[in-house]
Write a protein that binds this ligand. Structure first.
Ligand code: ATP
Ligand code: MG
Length: 247
């Protein structure tokens, strides 16, 4: 990134400073909303408590999520302002390695921000970016919050919804979709409604999902199904919660 600030890599809080800077740059670029700054602060506090590293249970969730994306008929990676600011190129890599579509989906939707995020993703190598058509609605949500693409999230069977709001995560789950949620807070409603809750920083989670997807590229559907079936969502949530409580 050209707007990356100089942070010495051996700084003890390197990742956290980099994350903060990326979100700040996202706000300046019109990609991230000011609400996104607050969400970032919330996430950071949980990451601190988790030791700022991927728990073994989160790594398992990332592997199960990769298997779900590979098994999907039509997978979509949902991108909001924080996701676009933090991991634009990494989302493109995950889409490439799993055959998933990318769709911009905003809680605070404005045309300017939708376009800025789509442009930003194109700059990072995305070919097709969905979300701008908005010709379908998620049932049970207020108009603006419900907008999605008919040939994207609306008809997807598997959706990755990182840093998603609880109401929308619930509404998507109610549509019968297999939901993969990345969220650092194991108590938040969004991961609690997910088929695969990934309690990890998106900065670590997305590249690790791509690594798993690449490693699983040639395994049989049966093996992928076994990975999915052996994953225990409650255990993943409980494990992250006890890592925080038993500091
Ligand atoms: P709800 O109970 O409705 O889910 P919430 O407080 O979680 O409420 P938001 O602020 O919209 O609602 O959610 C943002 C979520 O994203 C928070 O749970 C926060 O922990 C998480 N988050 C923020 N930054 C990151 C990050 N870098 N990686 C992973 N999760 C993050
Ligand atoms: Mg939440």
């Amino acid at each position: 990134m050209t707007d990356e600030v100089e942070i010495p890599e051996d700084h003890p809080r390197y990742q956290s400073l980099l994350t903060r800077h990326r979100i700040e740059a996202g706000v300046e670029k019109g990609i991230t909303s000011r609400q996104g700054l607050i969400a970032e602060g919330r996430g950071e506090s949980f990451d601190y408590l988790l030791g700022e590293e991927t728990l073994p249970s989160a790594d398992e969730a990332e592997r199960a999520a990769a298997a779900q994306l590979l098994l999907a008929e039509h997978a979509v990676l949902s991108v909001n302002g924080n996701v676009a600011a933090l991991v634009p190129g990494e989302i493109v890599d995950l889409a490439d390695s799993t055959g998933a579509d990318i769709e911009v989906n905003l809680f605070n939707r404005t045309d300017e921000r939708m376009q800025a995020i789509a442009d930003h993703l194109h700059e990072h190598g995305a070919e097709d970016v969905k979300g701008l058509t908005a010709d379908a609605r998620i049932p049970g949500l207020e108009h603006e919050r419900a907008k999605v693409d008919e040939d994207g999230i609306f008809t997807a069977d598997v959706v990755l919804v990182p840093l998603e709001d609880g109401d929308r995560a619930e509404a998507l789950a109610e549509m019968g979709k297999t939901e993969l949620v990345i969220d650092l807070n194991p108590l938040s409603r969004s991961p609690r409604t997910a088929a695969v809750p990934i309690i990890d920083n998106i900065i670590r989670a997305v590249p690790n999902m791509t690594a798993h997807a690449r490693a699983l590229a040639d395994v049989s559907r049966e093996e992928l199904e076994t990975i999915v079936n052996e994953f225990d969502r409650q255990e993943a949530l409980d494990d992250a919660e006890s890592a925080i409580r038993d500091l």
